[in-house]
Design a protein around this ligand. Structure first.
Ligand code: PLP
Length: 512
């Protein structure tokens, strides 16, 4: 099959790179994102055939249809590695019909119990493969060092995905006071010879700014290159290599819904996604574009509701917005980077360049009527308050016995508000046990802003999960990797100063 080439959403990179190229490059020079020049078209029988295969083969089939520039057998091999016993359910992305017509797609059966695994168990394999091939072809002499600033989930999923991969090292920086006990333990107990983890004195912004400053420090980049043959890379969520795996599970879910009788073959479903950086919901958009019978895309936000407002009004405006803390921190976002890809498909590169420049200068942009209409033909959005999302966890648990995490609860509530006659696929992005403290508050009726009651306030994150289990009973299983965290050895205990120098010194010390 002919390989697919990639366009730059701002049309400044006109080199037309392949999949392997864009996975290694990440972002286009000039700030644009890569999108495929053409999309495959799947017939209904092709979509339904996914239901007959193991998940790895569904992924391999879709990657081949997207014109990934690797031999089909090699794609098969990598996918068999990506989606295997590292997931705790052999279906990988199973569906649960929690109430009639509301189908929850569980994307948290991977090693870190959150949806980032769906992409990060896969993309690093393609990254290492691309580097290997480029080195063999003499196009590249260096290895890569992935630097990540994390507010929690991404860091662990990236560590788990890049651990012991060839040609890469990974160093993660987290805000020492800004992550939960469980999140910190997940990171500092990470296995692997090529991984490093550092706490940073400061909040997530300090952490992110320090890592950005290191990326932009030319002297630092040159020194790493000269002394260690290393280039810096970020592997962040705008990398196309993280998006493509997120299209697979929508094709997969539709086929499974037909097989289970949840929808009649060919009839439409709606998809409701708890949204932050717009990557997951964009996967659903591409699935619709290539032929999966998806009608509406329901975009669910928390109190950081810039996207819900944008979909309602056509104006994206962060100029007067303050960042709010919520029980669904992985959706706490002001600039939703992947939205740029949707705008490119709806309006083209000239508009994208103008809007992104306006956003950078004024903190807002407004799309034209035609683009707004095109967006509204597919997307609607709504948002959920902090205490409402906790109340949803309790209500759904009491009514159905299904326990969900606060991100999923946001999507559930929006799906209930906006649903019509179509069956809804509600996307579940984290296991409840990743957010045990807020689930505890939800089940016991403690307000989000209030502290945990004294009798549980001193417990470790893992001990608190046992309390939730005691409340919730049989339905509330804790994934083994989380249950064992208190007993695991902490490998990484260093905490460094915020700022560029702190990060750069940490990287140098880690490299030795
Ligand atoms: C990253 C994340 C999200 C948001 O996904 P986007 O692709 O950024 O929209 C939602 N929930 C959880 C648990 C996440 O980790």
């Amino acid at each position: 099959m002919k390989e697919t080439l990639y366009l730059d959403t701002r049309d400044r990179d006109v080199t037309r790179p392949t999949f392997s190229d864009v996975v290694v490059k990440g972002i286009a020079h000039g700030g644009g994102l890569y999108v495929p020049e053409r999309l495959p078209e799947l017939t209904l029988p092709e979509v339904l055939s996914f239901g007959d295969w193991p998940y790895w083969r569904r992924a391999a089939a879709l990657f081949s249809r997207f014109g990934v520039d690797l031999p089909a057998e090699r794609i098969d091999t990598l996918m068999q590695r990506a989606y295997a016993q590292n997931f705790d359910d052999e279906r990988i992305a199973p569906l649960v019909e929690v109430v009639a017509g509301m189908h929850v797609l569980e994307l948290w059966h991977g090693p870190t119990s959150a949806f980032k695994d769906m992409a990060l168990q896969c993309m690093p394999l393609f990254f290492a493969e691309a580097v290997e091939r480029k080195q063999q072809a003499g196009e590249l002499a260096d290895d890569f060092l992935i630097l990540v600033a994390t507010s929690g989930d991404t860091g662990k999923a990236a560590l788990e995905g890049f651990a012991d991969r060839a040609h890469t090292g990974i160093v993660v920086f987290y805000p020492a006071e800004g992550v939960s006990d469980i999140q910190r333990k997940q990171m500092v107990t990470q296995r692997g010879d090529n991984v490093g983890v550092f706490g940073v004195r400061g909040n997530f912004d300090d952490c992110q700014n320090a890592v950005k400053a290191a990326f932009n420090d030319e002297a630092f980049n040159e020194a790493l290159h000269a002394e260690k043959n290393l280039r810096l890379s970020s592997a962040n969520s705008i990398n196309w290599g993280r998006l493509l795996p997120q299209i697979v599970y929508y094709v997969s879910a539709y086929a499974d819904m037909v097989a289970s009788g949840g929808v009649v073959a060919g009839e439409p479903i709606d998809v409701c996604v708890p949204t932050g950086n717009f990557g997951n919901i964009l996967g659903a958009y591409y699935a619709k574009q290539i032929g999966v019978p998806i009608d509406r895309l329901l975009c669910a936000s928390n109190e950081n509701n810039v996207l819900a407002d944008f979909i309602a009004t056509g104006t994206y405006d962060i100029s007067g917005r303050a960042f709010v803390t919520t029980p669904s921190p992985s959706m706490d976002i002001l600039i939703s980077s992947n939205l740029e890809r949707l705008l490119f498909h709806l309006a083209g590169p000239t508009h994208v360049r103008a809007w992104m420049a306006e956003l950078a200068e004024t903190g807002r942009f407004r799309v034209d009527r035609e683009t707004f209409g095109a967006m509204r033909a597919t997307f609607i959005g709504d948002w959920v308050r902090n205490d409402e999302s906790l109340a949803v966890i309790r209500r759904v648990f009491e009514e159905t016995g299904y326990l969900m995490d606060p991100h999923t609860a946001v999507a559930w509530e929006v799906a209930e508000r906006l649903r019509d006659q179509n069956p809804v696929l509600v996307v579940s992005t984290a296991h409840w046990a990743k957010f045990g403290a807020d689930v505890y508050k939800a089940l016991t009726g403690v307000a989000y802003d209030d502290a945990l009651p004294a009798e549980v306030a001193g417990l470790s994150g893992v001990q608190l999960l046992a309390e939730v289990q005691a409340l919730a009973g049989d339905g509330a299983r804790v994934p083994r990797a989380l249950a064992e965290l208190d007993a695991a050895a902490e490998r990484f205990t260093d905490v460094v100063d915020a700022g560029r120098d702190g990060v750069e010194r940490a990287v140098r010390a880690w490299l030795g």
